[in-house]
Design a protein around this ligand. Structure first.
Ligand code: UN1
Length: 502
């Protein structure tokens, strides 16, 4: 156990310098599996720090935007390699501060490596269009141009992957960045930024300012200097970010809540579906935007599925993610655990049945962490709050349906639209569901989690605001089109007017 005397104090990273906040204040980063374990002290930054970082990013933009994209990308290839070399210590740091089990933090770091390699490749692509002009001796094309300073505001559930989804495409496109990581997972953010520094990204191009939403997030969303805000977090905070950004017409990319559904048809491979629901519902302790918090099962196989699912959920080992036996880690914080406890009570009051779980774990190895049993509710009506609202914890609501159409209606009957899945052996049903679920991501015979970096990631309705990250879609967030016309005729040629008649 670390004691306060051996604990490191970490700085902000501004204009190539690691430095304390102007506020003189700091906050603690503690292990959610063991709150006696103090991981580090981080800066509680204020608006002055943000301003300084934004100024540095603005200055650095003037030179970074002119570095050829393939050269920017060379640095990013180096970044990817360095993260790969440090994957194990980075994963351990991440489990210690975030709680998810080691195999999952390894996946998180891997996702950052994948994204960085993928986006570095864009340095030699970043395709635009060349099209024929309607006039003779005239050339027409479009190119991507960077926008300037980007604010990057990230959550704690994917402490390295999500920052990479935003920062790396921002950089390859030629933008500069001020990064506010979640206060629960600043060490993984710092590990990532240190690699960017060591890989030779010039000073001011990437800046990191830790601290809370009011003092850091608000100016990052409203400042005139900022041209893009990319935010992942709750729908409630996303709305605040959007409003703060609106008066200055900056581009806002929002990735918010989810209430994702797995639909299980009567012809499904039930064993496979149980595996999928366990991983989708309880992986990352249910703390994914893509978590499968709703399962809709055809009435013909409902009881059989529930029996198998509940039996398996009861066997899941909840514990410290650094312990190889653990399958489900803690909630990130007391507040998050309180939300889980609150929704379990709401579910009971609404008349749903607790088929397993339902309790906090706080004895023995669980005494100093935010642990909760994997919990399955059955007899859930689709209108109940536990079937409508995002819980972000190890709680799955199981509902019954009589047909594919009803399953689709239940699936679509929430305010969110991130991810959905169907288990069926019938290709016709699979394609109907794929077409009719209004979500940004869809899976057939796989759970709602598991997006890969080279396809767009994001959702519909209250999950997002029309943008996508990952894949080439990310370039749309971090670049703007410029259409260029080059007239080499030596005379005035008027489009739409001086066009040759045939
Ligand atoms: C999130 O849920 O916040 O598809 C991100 C997945 C991961 C990313 C999840 N690759 O579940």
């Amino acid at each position: 156990m670390a004691t306060s005397t051996s604990v490191t104090t970490y700085g902000n990273y501004v204009d190539g310098q690691w430095k304390p906040s102007a506020s003189g204040k700091t906050f603690e980063n503690r292990n959610p599996a063991n709150t006696d374990d103090l991981i580090g002290i981080f800066q509680s930054s204020n608006r002055k720090d943000v301003e300084e970082a934004l100024d540095a990013a603005k200055r650095a933009y003037e030179t970074w935007r002119l570095v050829p994209a393939p050269i920017r990308a060379e640095m990013l290839y180096r970044v990817a390699q360095m993260i790969a070399e440090r994957k194990e210590p980075f994963s351990r740091d991440m489990t210690r501060e975030m709680g998810k089990v080691l195999n999952e933090t390894r996946g998180d770091v891997q996702e950052a490596i994948d994204m960085t390699f993928y986006m570095a490749g864009e340095g030699r692509r970043m395709f635009g269009q060349t099209v024929p002009s309607e006039l003779r001796n005239k050339f027409a094309m479009s190119v991507r141009q960077p926008l300037g300073v980007c604010s990057i505001i990230t959550p704690w559930n994917f402490p390295m992957a999500i920052p990479s989804w935003k920062i790396i495409p921002a950089l390859v496109c030629g933008n500069t960045v001020v990064f506010k990581p979640a206060s629960q997972t600043p060490l993984s953010a710092l590990n990532f930024v240190k690699v960017l520094e060591e890989a030779g990204i010039p000073k001011g191009v990437v800046n990191m300012v830790t601290g809370d939403g009011d003092e850091v997030g608000t100016p990052l969303s409203s400042s005139e200097t900022v041209r893009v805000v990319s935010f992942t977090g709750s729908t409630k905070v996303g709305r605040i970010v959007n409003q703060a950004a609106a008066p200055t017409f900056k581009k806002v990319h929002l990735e918010m809540g989810g209430k994702n559904v797995i639909m299980i048809m009567d012809d499904a491979d039930l064993e496979l579906a149980v595996d999928g629901c366990l991983w989708g519902g309880f992986g990352t302790t249910g703390q994914r935007c893509t978590a499968a918090s709703r399962v809709v099962v055809h009435e013909k196989v409902h009881d059989k599925f529930v029996e198998a699912f509940v039996a398996r959920a009861k066997t899941l080992v909840v514990g410290d993610g650094l312990d190889d036996n653990s399958q489900v880690g803690p909630s990130i914080s007391q507040a998050q655990l309180d939300t889980v406890l609150k929704y379990v009570e709401i579910g009971k009051k609404e008349g749903a049945t607790v088929a397993c779980g339902g309790n906090r774990l706080n004895d023995g190895p669980h005494a100093t962490g935010f642990f909760h049993e994997p919990t399955v509710f059955t007899n859930v009506d689709p209108t109940m709050r536990i079937a409508q609202e995002e819980i972000f914890g190890p709680v799955v609501s199981v509902m019954k349906c009589r047909s594919l159409e009803e399953a689709i209606a239940i699936g679509n009957g929430v305010e969110y639209g991130l991810s959905a899945a169907i288990y069926t052996q019938d290709i016709n049903r699979a394609f109907v569901a794929m077409r009719d679920l209004y979500t940004g991501i869809f899976y057939i015979n796989a759970p709602t989690i598991g997006a890969e970096v080279h396809l767009p990631f994001g959702g519909t309705k209250n999950t997002g605001n029309g943008h996508r990250e990952a894949g080439v879609a990310a370039l749309e967030v971090f670049s703007e089109w410029k259409s260029c016309y080059i007239d080499f005729s030596g005379k005035l040629q008027r489009a739409q007017i001086d066009v040759e008649q045939i």
